[in-house]
Design a protein around this ligand. Structure first.
Ligand code: ZN
Length: 139
């Protein structure tokens, strides 16, 4: 069995961002040489997500508006978590609903995604260096 592990790094200029990381994951799969197996992609931070959905601008804006309705960033005083001195209580909740990780089958050396499925990094407390782990196992 082959095992391939790599970090993808992000430092988004805005607090929230949605980045299609499918090409970066495909690059790791290519470097691994794995033909059949599983690919795990997970955010290493509790204020960011990895999820799969459509790469469509309207949908990305819909996510952002929906998440802000569910857990608005302001006022930061509404979150008990922010009593610690942090201001990212909303980002923890956004991360929870958008998820921590995805697992994609590897078939014939390719990510076995559905026709419109793309892998996204969701950032909810950006402007600092954060990472995603890609781990691919198989043969
Ligand atoms: Zn926090």
């Amino acid at each position: 069995m082959i095992s391939h592990r790599k970090y993808l790094w992000f430092d988004t200029p805005s607090r929230r961002d949605y980045i299609n990381i499918t090409p970066a994951v495909e690059k790791e799969l290519g470097e691994s040489g794995i033909q059949e197996g599983l690919c795990l992609v997970n955010a290493m931070h509790i204020t960011a997500s990895v999820y799969i959905n459509d790469d469509e601008l309207g949908l990305l804006e819909d996510y952002d508006l929906w998440l802000e309705e569910l857990a608005p960033h302001e006022p930061v005083s509404r979150y008990r978590h922010n009593r610690t001195g942090e201001d990212n209580g909303d980002a923890h909740l956004k991360r929870q609903i958008m998820g921590r990780e995805v697992v994609v089958a590897v078939t014939g050396g390719k990510l076995d995604l559905g026709p419109w499925e793309q892998i996204f990094y969701g950032e909810f407390d950006g402007k600092r260096r954060k990472r995603v782990m890609v781990k691919i196992i198989g043969e």
